[in-house]
Design a protein around this ligand. Structure first.
Ligand code: HEM
Length: 439
């Protein structure tokens, strides 16, 4: 082992490995009591994404990883009545039997490794969705019961391993569409890193009323408007890469969560008290931490707590005002803390712009850009969800004529469980309301 003789040498060596900004953050220069995103597991280069892809779980947990891998070529939606889907039902049942017979695995060995915990969460969440949505439902047993807690070793039966011929086309179509959706969402998240740098700079300004600070804020708002415009283009690119039919009928049903609807309970996790009453929304890009950060930084009032103009419409009032806050429950805890910290800044950028004439226009430009983004997003949701739900399902979906209405029943709902257009328009209108009127 070689020793470094002085802190200066150490600094020099470290400089070659990191950029200076990162280094300063690590050493906490200039951030005494300040805002350091890394403390909230927000990376300087990848933002809310981990800096590296999540590592696979160790051999001890291979049953989880293997089950997920196999599920992707094996399971069909319960609603799929095509010949292939029906012929694959026994293999699906074997897969679910195997999952039911899993032993309880102790995750203590990696309880301090956040990346492995995240990987475990990701793998088990998808296994759960594959499990729940592939169970052929009957009208008499509306509630699928399942458990990860039964005590016998997991082994996939040979019937599954032989891999009876699997029809490729439906899977490929679904996988490509799904990949397209994740890629666009990831592009938004990564483009958003530039925005997080602006937020960080604002949070660390010693005095937001100083003239140099005002010049900096003005410049950053101009840059932010450009970033939001770029984000809008990324959103709009879904139309080039994602097929609406495959999105609505082949992918999206797998993402639905367990909603508690009236007297019908949600999914029951055996061994978990009151699990049927848990609010377990499916994944939604509404959980994107970067988009929440932007809203919070600009002080967009989704909850309609501020008196702003124009007054909310009746439809605005009917939408779920706590939706964005509810979606934060699905984010990693540290990211929630990051958002709370940004929201707790003593003077929001909106407040500073309101009282600083030179900042009103650049602030309004960002808000206008975000409103346009939400307009485009509404059009996308109509194209991919509302319109699709009124169409005849494609043959590959295997949805039987009698079941079309049931399958499309959630047509006006997002995977997060809300009436799509009302919710998204309320978000767009809340954005518009942040506009400073006397500019
Ligand atoms: C095919 C593409 C897309 C469709 C059909 C779509 C649809 C929806 C729907 C239905 C909702 C309502 C909430 C729910 O219940 O889930 C929603 C919300 C949301 N989506 Fe998307 N979305 C798409 C792409 C994206 C992308 C790429 C992002 C980027 C992160 C995104 C960000 C959001 C956000 C932040 C919300 C919360 C509401 C808001 O901020 O206005 N969406 N989306």
């Amino acid at each position: 082992m070689s020793f470094v003789s002085s802190p200066l040498h150490m600094l020099e060596r470290a400089r070659s490995a990191f950029d200076v900004k990162t280094l300063e953050r690590v050493l906490n220069f200039g951030h005494q009591g300040g805002f350091v995103p890394q403390e909230y597991d927000v990376d300087a280069h990848t933002g809310f994404f981990p800096p590296e892809p999540l590592p696979k779980l160790t051999a001890e947990f291979s049953i989880w990883e293997e089950a997920l891998e196999k599920a992707q070529g094996l399971l069909y939606l319960a609603s799929n009545q095509t010949e292939e889907a029906v012929s694959m039902r026994p293999q699906g049942e074997c897969w679910r039997d195997a999952v039911r017979s899993w032993p309880i695995l102790d995750t203590g060995s990696f309880s301090s490794n956040i990346r492995l915990l995240q990987r475990a969460h990701l793998v088990l969440a998808w296994v759960l969705h594959f499990y729940a949505h592939s169970i052929p439902k009957t009208y008499h047993i509306p509630t699928p019961r399942f458990s990860f807690l039964a005590p016998s070793p997991f082994r996939l039966p040979s019937a599954v391993d032989e891999q009876h011929p699997i029809p490729e086309c439906v899977f490929r179509h679904r996988t490509e569409t799904e990949r397209g959706f994740y890629t666009v969402s990831a592009a938004v998240e990564l483009k958003g890193v530039e925005m997080l740098q602006i937020i960080e700079a604002y949070m660390n300004l010693p005095n937001v009323t100083e003239s140099t600070a005002i010049v900096k804020i003005g410049r950053d708002l101009v840059a932010l408007a450009k970033i939001v415009k770029d984000l809008t283009e990324i959103f709009a690119s879904v139309r080039d890469t994602i097929d609406p039919e495959a999105f609505f009928w082949l992918c999206r049903p797998w993402w639905n969560g367990s909603e508690v609807k009236g007297s019908q309970p949600g999914w029951i996790y055996e061994g978990v008290p009151n699990s049927a009453s848990l609010d377990l929304a499916g994944p939604s890009a509404g959980q994107s931490s970067v988009m929440h950060a932007l809203d919070i930084f600009l002080d967009i009032d989704h909850k309609l707590t501020q008196k702003r103009q124009p007054a909310p419409t009746e439809a605005n009032k009917k939408s779920e005002q706590g939706f964005m806050e509810r979606m934060r429950k699905y984010m990693p805890g540290k990211h929630r803390e990051y958002l709370a910290r940004v929201g707790a800044v003593p003077r929001s950028v909106r407040e500073v712009a309101r009282t600083t004439p030179s900042l009103q226009e650049p602030y309004n430009e960002v808000v206008a850009a975000l409103k346009r983004l939400r307009d485009i997003h509404i059009r996308i949701a109509c194209l991919y969800i509302v319109n699709q739900s009124t169409k005849t399902p494609p043959t590959a979906s295997g949805v039987a004529a009698d079941d079309v209405k049931k399958a499309a029943d959630g047509h006006a709902r997002g995977t997060g469980g809300n009436q799509t257009t009302i919710l998204l328009k309320a978000g767009r209108d809340a954005t518009q309301r942040a506009m400073l009127m006397d500019a």
